[in-house]
Design a protein around this ligand. Structure first.
Ligand SMILES: Cc1ncc(COP(=O)(O)O)c(C=O)c1O
Length: 378
């Protein structure tokens, strides 16, 4: 298949392109992108002082439909993924949905490697969409569930000849996939002063910020992470929240792009998710709640007129048995946690292990990879 026929069948080839959703789509992949923006103010900020939420839950599967399709399209064009060959990837769910869409679109079987924390509804949904879900049963002693999943992916790749793993943690196409989202935001909002984004692989924060900075060079990027996540230099611990946070240090995180990072605890995200749902109808999962909490704080504390965009990666449906289930939240001790008005503040990301909403305006790569690269260390 040449580039032109790919364009005809599956929408824009260039990640910078910005194609409208057709009135009648011939393929589900054409329904990805051009998601709406919703104004969010109270109870996060006083009237007139809100933020603009980009509702990525309006994609057929969620935000990761974008990198799912883009990484597979590019791998096929490079010849890294041969026609009909299997795709195997580790995912907490959202990329699995995007890869299921890519598999269906381009004709590849998809295996999603996950862990017991994947919601049963997501396992069923992925299976219904034609993907195979392979669950690891125990965490890696130091690298946690993520490392265990990555090792299982390596095992499956070795066993299946010609199989391809997109490796969302370090594949630059995961970052490049978000150029259209940045173009959409510019078309929808014009100038943007602040972007608030959750960080898991680092893909969407890096890609959207890079695209926005071409138009708004002074953009501030606020990263939102989970407590007990290693990404920004905190000690790893058990995490209830999925999507944001990681027990590894993904290469796609663009540390230099962030002006500050906030860590959020599960109870605080639950409070924000439920408030969003009640007041604004639009809500989502852990990352949506955590991002809303931080974006609301930015809207309250930054000068009036600051234009703040926030990315809501998915919708609420897969979280009905967790975030929105009173009994489950009581069991976890996270129901009725009202977040503080202001986050705690630490001067360095590893000052101490944070247990609730905390901010740090020093953002560093815990592995200092830029310096290692400059010194020729690999
Ligand atoms: C629901 C959800 N929110 C946020 C993220 C983090 O996005 P990224 O991997 O682009 O950093 C993910 C990643 O899997 C996700 O699934």
């Amino acid at each position: 298949m040449n580039r032109l026929s790919l364009l005809d069948d599956f929408g824009p080839l260039s990640p910078a392109a910005h194609a409208p959703v057709p009135v009648i789509a011939r393929r589900p992949a054409q329904l990805v992108g051009n998601t709406p923006v919703l104004w969010i103010d109270q109870p996060f900020a006083p009237p007139g002082r809100g933020f603009l939420a980009k509702l990525e839950g309006a994609n057929p599967g969620g935000i990761k439909d974008r990198p799912g399709l883009h990484m597979i399209r590019e791998a096929r064009l490079r010849g890294d993924l041969l026609p009909g060959a299997p795709i195997i990837e580790s995912s907490s769910g959202t990329l699995g949905l995007g890869l299921a869409l890519a598999g269906l679109t381009f004709g590849h079987p998809v295996t999603v490697v996950s862990d017991p924390g994947m919601e049963p509804a997501v396992v069923r949904l992925l299976t219904a969409l034609g993907a195979h879900v392979d669950q690891v049963s125990s965490p890696h002693p130091t690298g946690g569930w993520q490392q265990a999943r990555r090792e299982r992916v390596a095992e499956l790749l070795a066993a299946a000849g010609g199989a391809y793993c997109p490796d969302q943690y370090s594949n630059p196409d995961n970052v490049g996939a978000y150029r259209p989202l940045a173009a959409e935001l510019i078309a929808q909002l014009g100038r943007i002063d602040v972007l608030v984004a959750a960080v898991g692989t680092g893909g969407h924060s890096a890609g959207i910020a890079a695209g926005l900075r071409e138009h708004s060079p002074g953009l501030q990027l606020i990263g939102v992470d989970s407590i007990n996540s290693a990404i920004f230099g905190q000690p790893v611990g058990p995490r209830l929240m999925r999507g944001l946070g990681s027990s590894i240090h993904p290469a796609n995180v663009d540390y230099a792009a962030f002006s500050e990072v906030h860590w959020v605890a599960p109870g605080e995200a639950v409070w924000a998710c439920r408030r969003l749902a009640r007041r604004h109808y639009a809500s989502g999962g852990w990352s949506v709640g955590a991002v809303a909490l931080v974006a609301g704080w930015a809207a309250r504390t930054m000068p009036p007129g600051t234009r703040i965009a926030a990315v809501f990666p998915d919708g609420p449906h897969r979280y009905l048995e967790t975030v929105y289930n009173d009994a489950w939240c009581v069991e976890q001790g996270i129901l009725g946690v009202e977040p503080a008005q202001e986050p705690d503040e630490i001067a360095a990301p590893d000052e101490y292990a944070v247990t609730g909403w905390t901010r740090c305006s020093q953002v560093l790569d815990p592995l200092d990879r830029a310096a290692a690269g400059a010194a020729g260390v690999r």
